[in-house]
Design a protein around this ligand. Structure first.
Ligand code: PMP
Length: 388
């Protein structure tokens, strides 16, 4: 019998992901229509896959440079400059990571001293707050509301800043709300970040998936390039979740700190995946555009349908999620999601798992076929009629 308590307090106190918990529940039910998954329903375009296969055939099976293949970093630099008007030196300011997930991790570990606060804008991707805590920091949640289209208001940011605030973690277009910040929104937030000397961790993983307005990168706002850590990757827009490939761009000092952590913890991102990403950036944008158009069509259908059947839903500017309100049903989001799964076999994610501001909503991914979406809407409508 082991008497020692081997597990750290940090790990012990960490709550398991609310999304996982829900998927475990859904996996036990037959015939489920799932709007639950947070990844593209497209297989990675063949051209990118073939580039990886070719790289293996040619024998590229060893480590790359810690920061990633230099050709890939050069291609990322040119893409970021062309597309988002931000300039980074490929040899000093870009690190290729194991997904955006690892980019967030090394960014937080590179900047946080014990106890420093990170303002986490919620509802948000479930990893942010736990990663802040694992990096020794303190996550300070600030919730957004549907009244402001789930955008962080400047006065909310101002009110959350304390002498211990080091950074703000923000994501646009957002998971789970799809909310996209305009250039004006970003400029207003930037003023406060500059006033209080904050680092901005900007998760731009959904930047390729925007439907109405042009995309503005936080780093492109005046005065922000040196205080922004820009996180992005290939999982979403390029349909490459399983390849585990992302990247992070920052000023030279932060990049050097992140690279030290990256080289000790990871060494380098997977080599074949880097070859696929290189092909994607060189020749692969037609596929990205085709996928974007397909999501746009599905977004329009799902958001209109929700509003028609009485679930008010703001129009998400990007990503592939709708985040309708279920307040009219009088149920909590967990109760709604659980009953919808058991009674109508539709899997959605309860909004409360995404933090403050998420309760009263459900996250519905439209990265699934139109047939599945139509079936889901029919079932949800029946469920609402029955329960209200
Ligand atoms: N950020 C956000 C907002 C996400 O939604 C996700 C994936 N769900 C990630 C980061 C992680 O992406 P990756 O697969 O590149 O690690």
């Amino acid at each position: 019998m082991i008497k020692t308590n081997y597990v750290s307090d940090t790990a012990r106190n960490m709550k398991p992901s609310g999304i996982r918990k829900f998927f475990d529940l859904a996996s036990g039910v037959e015939g489920v229509v799932s709007l639950g998954v947070g990844e593209p329903d497209f297989v990675t375009p063949w051209r990118y896959r073939e580039a990886a296969i070719n790289s293996l055939e040619e024998g590229y099976t060893s480590y790359t440079a810690n920061a990633g293949l230099i050709q890939l970093r050069e291609e990322i630099a040119s893409y970021m400059s062309r597309r988002f008007h931000v300039n980074y030196a490929p040899d000093k300011q870009i690190i290729v990571t194991v997904g955006a997930s690892q980019a967030i991790d090394i960014a937080l570990r590179a900047i946080l001293n014990p106890g420093e606060e990170v303002i986490v804008v919620e509802p948000c991707f479930v990893s942010y707050a736990p990663l802040v805590v694992m990096a020794g920091g303190k996550a300070v949640s600030v919730g957004t509301t549907k009244e402001s289209d789930f955008k962080l208001l400047p006065q909310q940011l101002e009110a959350a800043v304390t002498p211990n605030t080091k950074a703000i973690m923000i994501c646009s277009p957002n998971n789970p709300t799809g909310s996209q910040l305009s250039k004006d929104d970003l400029e207003a937030l930037a003023k406060i970040a500059i006033k209080h000397d904050l680092v901005v961790l900007s998760d731009e993983i959904y930047a390729e998936l925007v439907y109405d307005d042009d995309y503005t990168s936080f780093a492109s706002i005046e005065g922000m390039i040196d205080r922004t850590i820009l996180i992005s990757g290939f999982s979403k827009g390029f349909a490459m979740t399983g390849w585990r490939l992302g990247f992070v761009c920052a000023n030279e000092e932060i990049s050097a700190a992140m690279l030290k952590i990256h080289q000790y913890a990871i060494m380098c991102a997977p080599t074949a995946a880097q070859h696929a990403a290189l092909e994607a950036l060189r020749y692969g944008f037609d596929y990205v555009e085709d996928m974007r158009r397909s999501y746009l069509h599905r977004r329009n259908y799902l958001v209109e349908s929700f509003n028609e059947i009485g679930l008010t839903c703001h129009k998400p500017g990007g990503a592939f999620y709708a985040f309708p309100s279920i307040e009219s049903t009088g149920m909590t989001s967990e109760e709604f999601a659980e009953r919808l799964l058991l009674e109508e076999k539709v899997a959605v994610v309860p909004g409360d798992v995404f933090g403050l501001g998420g309760e009263g909503h459900i996250r519905c991914s439209y990265a699934t076929s139109m047939d599945q979406l139509r079936e889901a809407v029919t079932r949800i409508e029946r469920f609402i009629k029955k329960t209200t």
